[in-house]
Design a protein around this ligand. Structure first.
Ligand code: ASP
Length: 312
């Protein structure tokens, strides 16, 4: 029994481990861990307190995948409900669909009995305003919800190294079953309606009991283009070790062309219960905890440099 997570998942680790120790499923452990990160106002990349898009709306993406059946559920660009991971789980467990976006996801969250709230904290709103005012004239800032074209301002307002983040949780329970979940408020100051890799199954999240699971943080557009999480699991299926599989997925990302390339971070688990973390950022860590351990271990991810490009 093991939980593997991105380091910002630390706050949710005790809850996830407790679920496994009590005999709960990997799916339940993943949801329990992520919910605490989503509720943390100090994490500006996930759930409540996350940074908004360019016009000041906070949109959440999340997905969960059950490695027993390859069933999955996801929500994208959902406003007003903190626990995107729980809505994603309900999509998986109660609907014949896989992905709900925007108003449909919000309607479904309300049907679940969740109460709509304002998720944008004063701190996140203040950072949004300060960051955008640095880049754009006052009349543009005042008119962001008007009819001005946003295309160029999205590029200017973007801080590719700092304004992103996601939480990843992978769990393997006492039955050896594997689940993977991810949740994010996405890329801060992005174009309204922008969806990242987190709710795109195979991009930011994939789990298959037969081989293992993988999840991403970083520039979601890259993980979508390379099909990163699914690639790692497929490389495991082809017989690579977990380390080889993650390294191969990083090579795929390295070979991407195009004008916009930035960072990528992976966490992964093989079916034997071995964890791994990779990153294009030196010294970046991830965490894992086996059910018989008293506290999580913080391990350094294998560093694989990727080209960075940010051209308009
Ligand atoms: N992958 C997320 C996204 O692109 C953000 C991140 O993890 O940094 O939405």
């Amino acid at each position: 029994m093991i939980i593997v997570a991105s380091t910002n998942g630390l706050i949710g680790m005790p809850a996830a481990v407790a679920v496994l120790r009590a005999g709960g499923t990997a799916v339940a452990a993943v949801e329990a861990g992520i919910r605490l990160v989503e509720a943390n106002p100090d994490d500006h990349s996930v759930g409540y307190g996350g940074y908004p898009n360019i016009v000041g709306d906070l949109e959440l993406d999340a997905s969960i995948m059950d490695g027993r059946t390859l069933e999955t559920g996801a929500v994208a660009a959902m406003k007003g409900y903190t626990h995107a991971i729980s809505v994603a789980r309900q999509v998986m467990e109660t609907l014949p669909h896989v992905l709900l976006v925007g108003e449909g996801a919000e309607r479904f969250a309300a049907e679940m009995g969740l109460v709509r709230e304002d998720l944008l904290t004063d701190a996140a709103r203040a950072t949004w305003e300060q960051r955008l005012r640095q880049d754009m004239p006052a009349d543009v800032f005042a008119n962001l919800r008007g009819d001005i074209p946003l295309r160029d301002w999205v590029r200017l307002a973007t801080d590719p190294e700092r304004a992103r983040g996601t939480v990843n949780f992978i769990a393997q329970d006492a039955h050896g079953d594997i689940a993977c979940g991810v949740s994010t408020s996405g890329w801060a100051w992005s174009y309204p309606g922008r969806v990242g890799d987190s709710p795109i199954i195979g991009a930011g999240n994939y789990a298959d009991n037969r081989y293992g699971a993988a999840a991403c943080t970083g520039m979601g557009e890259m993980a979508i283009r390379a099909g990163t999480a699914r690639s790692i699991v497929l490389y495991l299926k082809m017989g690579m070790s977990l380390t080889e599989a993650c390294a191969e997925a990083m090579r795929d990302l390295r070979d991407l062309g195009g004008r916009f390339l930035s960072v990528m971070n992976l966490v992964a688990l093989d079916k034997a219960g071995n964890p791994a973390g990779f990153s294009s950022i030196p010294d970046k860590t991830y965490i894992y905890q086996r059910a018989d351990m008293e506290a999580p271990v913080e391990a350094t991810r294998t560093h694989v440099p990727l080209p960075a490009r940010w051209q308009g």
